[in-house]
Structure formats: structure tokens, C-alpha cells
Ligand binder design. Sequence first.
Ligand SMILES: *[C@@H]1O[C@H](CO)[C@@H](O)[C@H](O)[C@H]1NC(C)=O
Ligand SMILES: *[C@@H]1O[C@H](CO)[C@@H](O)[C@H](O)[C@H]1NC(C)=O
Ligand SMILES: *[C@@H]1O[C@H](CO)[C@@H](O)[C@H](O)[C@H]1NC(C)=O
Ligand SMILES: *[C@@H]1O[C@H](CO)[C@@H](O)[C@H](O)[C@H]1NC(C)=O
Ligand SMILES: *[C@@H]1O[C@H](CO)[C@@H](O)[C@H](O)[C@H]1NC(C)=O
Ligand SMILES: *[C@@H]1O[C@H](CO)[C@@H](O)[C@H](O)[C@H]1NC(C)=O
Ligand SMILES: *[C@@H]1O[C@H](CO)[C@@H](O)[C@H](O)[C@H]1NC(C)=O
Ligand SMILES: *[C@@H]1O[C@H](CO)[C@@H](O)[C@H](O)[C@H]1NC(C)=O
Length: 244
Amino acid sequence: MLLQLNVILIGILIAILSTTKAESQVAQSLPGCPDKCGNITIPYPFGTQKRCSLSEAYQVNCKNLSVPKANFKILNITVDGLMYGLLPVAHQCYNSTGSINQLQHNIKLSRFRISSTLNLLTAVGCHANAALKDLKDGSYVSVCISRTSCNGLENGSCFGQGCMQVPLPFRLTKFRLHAQRVTTKVGSWSFNNCTYAFLVQKDQYTFHETDLDKMHNRSFPVALEWTVGNTSCKEAKKNKNSYI
Ligand SMILES: *[C@@H]1O[C@H](CO)[C@@H](O)[C@H](O)[C@H]1NC(C)=O
Ligand SMILES: *[C@@H]1O[C@H](CO)[C@@H](O)[C@H](O)[C@H]1NC(C)=O
Ligand SMILES: *[C@@H]1O[C@H](CO)[C@@H](O)[C@H](O)[C@H]1NC(C)=O
Ligand SMILES: *[C@@H]1O[C@H](CO)[C@@H](O)[C@H](O)[C@H]1NC(C)=O
Ligand SMILES: *[C@@H]1O[C@H](CO)[C@@H](O)[C@H](O)[C@H]1NC(C)=O
Ligand SMILES: *[C@@H]1O[C@H](CO)[C@@H](O)[C@H](O)[C@H]1NC(C)=O
Ligand SMILES: *[C@@H]1O[C@H](CO)[C@@H](O)[C@H](O)[C@H]1NC(C)=O
Ligand SMILES: *[C@@H]1O[C@H](CO)[C@@H](O)[C@H](O)[C@H]1NC(C)=O
């Protein structure tokens, strides 16, 4: 009798311990749903199939690691409301005859906002200007312009000589990434014909003199914020009943 009671108690204890463990691991995928795309964990509200995600916006395409209406590649998704993605580098170059070759990027992030505290707008080049522009009318979004010169280049330093970083505005979900030479004197820097503009997670880019003219085709990680509904994670946590 005593032994039986002990077995029951232990059983209950194990049950309690295992539910506590499940709760502490927070957002997993829904039952019967794949919880990974390759090696990337996909926590609910994200899902790899329609029935596995909260809505279409959270449906991850495992082939190219993307979500609908967005053009960044997912690197990882964390359960604390952050998602990391790769964004491309915009450029503007002059060749020896003074012709411009440029690539601007229209970035769309669906409902996922670029974190204004975890990323920086970066310009690389001499007299370079990196800007975020409105997709509709081309006006500058906020004050995101970096100006750089090249009078004393230093590896590892991004404070205006060949490289400059500035913070981002709040609530950015779509914009044009634009790189431009500020001076009209083309070829004033014989060693630098290209200007680059990109967004990057803080501490994830270190300037090297050798990057001048050589940053085509690179991409950088950025931190994006994901929320469910229209409130931020912090606000949502206050409402215990609806918080996932
Ligand atoms: C997944 O694998 C790729 C390639 O092996 C690697 O570069 C990446 O860092 C991995 N991602 C995670 C979240 O482990
Ligand atoms: C990913 O693939 C889907 C379907 O093939 C396509 O519609 C979408 O534009 C692609 N997304 C990116 C960011 O390449
Ligand atoms: C997610 O990716 C970013 C960018 O590569 C990295 O800084 C971060 O540590 C990664 N987080 C996890 C949980 O893998
Ligand atoms: C410079 O670019 C223009 C326009 O793309 C091209 O026509 C011209 O041949 C280029 N010149 C050189 C020297 O590459
Ligand atoms: C910066 O680093 C490059 C190699 O990455 C080196 O060739 C160059 O001399 C360095 N410049 C300075 C000013 O230290
Ligand atoms: C850069 O521009 C200058 C001046 O227009 C030109 O002399 C030089 O050849 C260009 N360099 C390259 C790599 O196109
Ligand atoms: C960038 O990629 C394109 C297409 O893959 C290639 O043609 C070009 O040479 C690359 N540019 C640089 C500077 O690597
Ligand atoms: C979120 O906002 C959008 C547009 O601002 C609105 O259409 C939608 O009903 C809102 N959803 C919720 C759950 O409040």
C-alpha cells in the first residue's frame, strides 16, 4: 500500500516536472508540424506550412528561407521576438570614363521591423552617402545619411574616414537602400570609385581599407523584430490572457 502510494507520488512529481520543463521551453511549433528548416528552428507563430503558422505572414518557405512579401533571407528566429536576416549591399560606382554603374535595393520586410537599436546604417567609400529613401516618393526617410571622407583611413575604425555608421529610425518595414557619391568631382579619389550602403547588426561589420571598391555582392545580418498582432512583445506580455 505504502509502496503503491510512493509510486503514485513519484508519478505525479514526474508529471509536474515535465510540464514545468515544457512551459519553460516556450514557443515550439504546433503538434505535427516540422520545427525546422534545415538547421534553423522555426518556432510558432512561424511555421513551414499553412496549417502550422499563425497566418500567411508567418509562413516560412524552407527552400529560400523567406516569408511572403519580404525579400530578406532568414538566418534564425528566436523566441524572444527577434529574427535575423540577410540584406544586400547597394552600390554606386564610376568607371574610368566617368559613367555611373549603380544598384539600389528596394527592401521589403512584410510586418517585420528593422530594430532601431540593434542595427546601423553604414556607408563605405570616400565622400560617400548612404541613405534610406521612401519607396513611393523617393524622399529621405528620417535623417539616415552617412557622410565619409578619406583623409586618414584606419582599419577597424568607422567614424567618418572611409566608413560611417548612424542609427536607424523606428518602425522601418520598407525602404530603398541608396548609395551615392557626395562630391561632383568624379575620380577625386584615385583609389576609390565605389560607394556602398548597407544595414548591419551592431558589431557585425569591421571596416578594412581593402573593402573600398570591393563590397559588391556581399550581404549583412540585421536584427528584425517580430510580433503577433499589432502590439509589441513587451505590451503583449502585460495582457496575460492573450499572450502566446
Ligand atoms: C546552419 O547551417 C549553415 C551552413 O552549414 C550555417 O552557416 C548556419 O550558421 C547554420 N545556422 C544555424 C542557426 O545554426
Ligand atoms: C522564395 O520563393 C518563393 C516561391 O518560389 C518566391 O515567391 C519568393 O519570391 C522567394 N523569395 C525570395 C526572397 O527569394
Ligand atoms: C542569429 O543570427 C545572428 C546573425 O548571424 C547572430 O548574431 C545570432 O547570435 C544568432 N542567434 C542564434 C540564437 O542563433
Ligand atoms: C563605362 O561605363 C559605360 C556605361 O556602362 C560603358 O559604356 C563604358 O564602356 C565603360 N567604360 C569603361 C572604360 O569600362
Ligand atoms: C589595413 O589592412 C590591410 C590588410 O587587411 C593592410 O594591407 C593595410 O596596410 C592596413 N592599413 C593600415 C592603415 O593599417
Ligand atoms: C576610377 O575613376 C578614375 C577617374 O575617373 C579613373 O581614372 C580610374 O581608372 C577609375 N578606376 C576604375 C577601377 O575604374
Ligand atoms: C557580383 O556578382 C555578379 C553576378 O554574379 C558578377 O557578375 C560580378 O562580377 C560580381 N561583382 C563583384 C565585384 O564581385
Ligand atoms: C492591426 O492593424 C491593421 C492595420 O493597421 C488592422 O487592419 C488590423 O485589424 C489590426 N489587427 C489587430 C489584431 O488589431
